[in-house]
Design a protein around this ligand. Structure first.
Ligand code: 5GP
Ligand code: MN
Length: 322
């Protein structure tokens, strides 16, 4: 563990990466487009430098993102490889456990990242960790080829909700223009990651929307094992509903509470309320406007009652159910 409190510079990190021989890249549990996009781009970057690079994650790679990392993912950290972690705000949320020797690199954009590696770079203003990886390409003088550009594009597209959230900047749009010049075709990427759903997934999203209840300016949706059994879909499929929940006028915060084997996993989103702080009150974390937590041993309806109780002690306007 390190006690470092300020980011390294990209120059320091680039110089350090060049000294490595064999690296294993991993990312957070429950990986999403930025987690896998940033990982795939970093694996390619290391290989371009002549360094042996693999991706490892105990959960593998979600099917809809496999095209970014087509090799069979390693489920464990291979011995003799230095661990590089991307897009992961906490050392206990990595896809493979951090070994006793520690992680070598922690590259992220979560403002609550506590700098758990030997080298750390966290830019909370970056739209995605993939955007940070693109800066490493530039720093190291490596051209972003079409494959790398697709991986970086997926990270930015997914972490900004398709260029809609408050984390998208002019710089990120300029980067996206370069990615398109490098060969990214947005319609093809959209086809690969957004048009791969099943009817079961559509139905669990429908259940998540139907179960939403409004409390003042807060909208809370719960889905549980009965919903999964009825629709034939899983808990991660249900989370796809979260952006649609945000479409209701007058809602400042949405919570999606879904049953998982340990209890309830919560996802919080807002345009103005610091939901990272609320998630931390439940032992979770994340960004100011997108955060999450897990309540062990609690079913979604209980977790909802608890969340409402906590919100009543904040400035959030939480009225009666409707
Ligand atoms: P999501 O709702 O998509 O799972 O997560 C939203 C954001 O919150 C992501 O940036 C994710 O890393 C973070 N996050 C979600 N769940 C947890 C959690 O249990 N602990 C921490 N520290 N962060 C979380
Ligand atoms: Mn991210």
């Amino acid at each position: 563990m390190t006690t470092q409190t300020t980011s390294n510079t990209l120059q320091e990190i680039s110089a350090y990466l060049r000294t490595l021989d064999r690296v294993a890249v991993t990312t957070h549990v429950g990986s999403d487009g930025d987690a896998i996009g940033a990982s795939a781009a970093l694996v390619r970057l290391m290989r371009e430098l002549g360094i042996e690079a693999v991706f490892c994650h105990a959960e593998g790679v979600p099917d809809y993102l496999r095209w970014l990392l087509p090799e069979e993912p390693l489920l464990e950290l291979p011995p003799g490889y230095d661990l590089l972690v991307v897009d992961t705000s906490r050392a206990d949320r990595t896809g493979v456990p951090i070994p006793g020797a520690g992680a070598r690199l922690n590259l992220d954009h979560h403002e609550d990242n506590p700098f758990y590696a030997e080298y750390n770079f966290v830019d909370a203003r970056a739209a995605a960790t993939a955007e940070v990886v693109s800066r490493l390409y530039r720093e190291l003088g490596v051209e972003i080829d079409r494959e790398a550009a697709q991986a970086i594009y997926v990270g930015i597209k997914t972490d900004t909700g398709g260029f809609n959230f408050r984390n998208i900047s002019p710089g990120a749009h300029e980067l996206v223009a370069d990615l398109l010049r490098a060969g990214v075709v947005p319609a093809e990427v959209n086809e690969k990651i957004n048009r791969r759903g099943s009817l079961e997934q559509l139905r669990i999203v429908g259940a998540s929307l139907a179960n939403a209840v409004r409390y003042g300016e807060v909208l809370i949706s719960t889905v549980d094992n009965e919903d999964y059994a009825r629709t034939g879909a899983g808990e991660l499929d249900s989370k796809e509903a979260i952006d649609q929940l945000r479409s209701v006028e007058g809602i400042d915060m949405v919570a999606h509470l879904r049953e998982v084997p340990q209890g309830t996993k919560g996802s919080l989103r807002s345009e103005s309320i610091d939901v990272g702080e609320i998630a931390r009150a439940f032992g979770g974390g994340g960004h100011k406007l997108a955060a999450g937590f897990t309540r062990e041993g609690m079913r979604p309806k209980e977790a909802k009652a608890e969340l409402i109780g906590v919100l009543k002690n904040t400035k959030v306007d939480i009225g009666d159910a409707r």
